[in-house]
Write a protein that binds this ligand. Structure first.
Ligand SMILES: Nc1ncnc2c1ncn2[C@@H]1O[C@H](COP(=O)(O)OP(=O)(O)OP(=O)(O)O)[C@@H](O)[C@H]1O
Ligand SMILES: [Mg+2]
Length: 425
């Protein structure tokens, strides 16, 4: 250390320590004048040690501290308030060429016998600062890259989300399409089934008709031949009976055809009730009148009812067809001289009609199939019929929003009851 201390052994050792210290050491007096400097301090500031001694410490301090340094020292000496002494802080030093560098400065006050000096230890922070700066820079770069990555990731996530959304929409669309297809398939299948049923029904009808038509057709032929013979022989009184037979057979054929036609129409689902207002009693009287020709010997229809002179608002043709079928069954499946009861009840809300006969009745095991198409009970083999009448009746009653029920015992007759709700016009 360059100074003016005399060389005792202690002082020599101290000198050696100070001279080899890697930190800079500077000693100033109470006026801020540099008294000693170690080589490290000189190197730090790029001065020669001798150049520094005797200079004011402000030589090494950059503005604005340079100008204030004397004040700092004076302030401390007069107030005793320590701003840096014994505390240490980071400051900038100024090299000989004016350039600045960071250093950690710790100052201690040394009280000698008759004066005060200050020792400053200066640790160069350039490398650490540079390191810290580098780390900071690296950190910033890293952050930037992370940010970029995050942005990229965000973009990817957004893209994924959009794709996901698109996929979900596609799945939804596909499901809807599938549902539509399934529905269409169901529709087509049911249409096909209906078509098949209809064609099945038609072929059954052809079989039934060929069988059903044979009797009336041969009856017509026989009657016509007899008519020819009677006319040729002048037996005019015998003619009306044969003419009547021909008429009956033709009527029967017509009714079979009509039944089939109305069933086809009903099956196609293109028929709807067209209600009109009419007085029930007039309608019933006419119906009975029309059925008179098919009554067997001694049969009659006993008609009575509550509220029968009321007006009803219904599809007249549907009701007509329904009752013709039920009454002609009652006639057909009863014997000569048996009475058929036709009872009606009309109130504000319902029209109830029951048709009761004392005929052959319906075997119990056949009852559950009675409304089925082409179904005929086992006890009617010798009586003409197609097995379509009740099937059609049920459909008409349904179309009018009503119900049909029956009760019967074999050999004890049958009672069919229909109930139809009445709506106001
Ligand atoms: N009043 C009744 N008494 C006894 N059996 C009946 C009566 N009404 C219907 N049936 C039974 O129900 C079956 C079905 O009747 P439905 O009217 O549908 O056909 P059908 O009378 O045989 O033929 P169609 O009426 O087509 O000429 C009949 O074959 C018969 O066995
Ligand atoms: Mg019938």
């Amino acid at each position: 250390m360059t100074n003016s201390i005399s060389n005792s052994e202690d002082a020599q050792r101290l000198n050696a320590i100070i001279n080899t210290a890697t930190d800079g050491i500077i000693i100033i007096n109470h006026e801020g004048m540099i008294e000693s400097v170690n080589p490290s301090a000189a190197t730090l500031f790029d001065y020669g040690t001798k150049e520094m001694i005797g200079q004011n410490i402000s030589l090494l301090t950059p503005s604005p501290h340079k100008e204030k340094h004397d004040n700092y020292l004076q302030n401390y000496l007069s107030t005793g308030i320590k701003k840096i002494i014994g505390i240490g802080r980071e400051v900038n030093g100024q090299r000989k060429d004016g350039s600045l560098f960071p250093l950690r400065l710790s100052i201690s006050e040394v009280k000698l016998a008759n004066r005060v000096i200050f020792t400053g230890i200066l640790h160069d922070l350039s490398k650490e600062k540079a390191q810290a700066e580098k780390i900071k820079k690296l950190n910033q770069e890293l952050e930037k890259r992370i940010e970029e990555r995050t942005d990229d990731l965000g973009e990817v996530v957004n893209k994924l989300l959009a794709t996901n959304k698109q996929l979900q929409q596609e799945i939804k669309d596909r499901k809807a399409a599938e549902k539509g297809l399934r529905f269409k398939e169901k529709e087509t299948r049911s249409a096909l089934l209906k078509e098949r049923e209809l064609s099945d029904m038609k072929s059954r009808f052809v079989t039934m008709a060929s069988h059903e038509f044979r009797t009336p057709l041969s009856s017509i032929l026989t009657s016509a031949e007899l008519l020819e013979l009677h006319l040729a022989a002048g037996r005019h009184e015998k003619c009306p009976k044969n003419i009547e037979r021909i008429k009956n057979s033709v009527n029967h054929l017509t009714s079979v055809l009509n039944e089939f036609l109305s069933l086809s129409k009903l099956e196609m689902n293109n028929i709807k009730a067209a209600p009109i207002s009419f007085v029930f009693d007039e309608f019933a009287q006419q119906l009975i009148e029309n059925l008179r020709p098919i009554l067997k010997q001694g049969q009659n229809i006993q008609y009575e009812g509550i509220g029968k002179s009321e007006s009803v608002y219904l599809d007249r043709a549907f009701l007509n067809h329904t009752l013709i079928n039920l009454l002609s069954n009652a006639i057909k499946y009863s014997k000569e001289h048996q009475v058929i009861f036709f009872t009606t009840k009309i109130n504000q809300t319902n029209l109830t009609i029951s048709i009761k006969d004392n005929g052959i009745g319906i075997p119990e095991q056949d009852q559950k199939h009675l409304f089925g198409r082409f179904f005929r009970a086992h006890n009617v083999e010798n009586i003409q019929g197609t097995g379509l009448g009740l099937n059609i009746v049920k459909k008409y009653v349904d179309l009018m929003g009503g119900t049909i029920t029956f009760s019967s015992k074999l050999g004890k007759g049958a009672t069919f009851t229909i109930q139809i709700p009445l709506i106001k016009q």
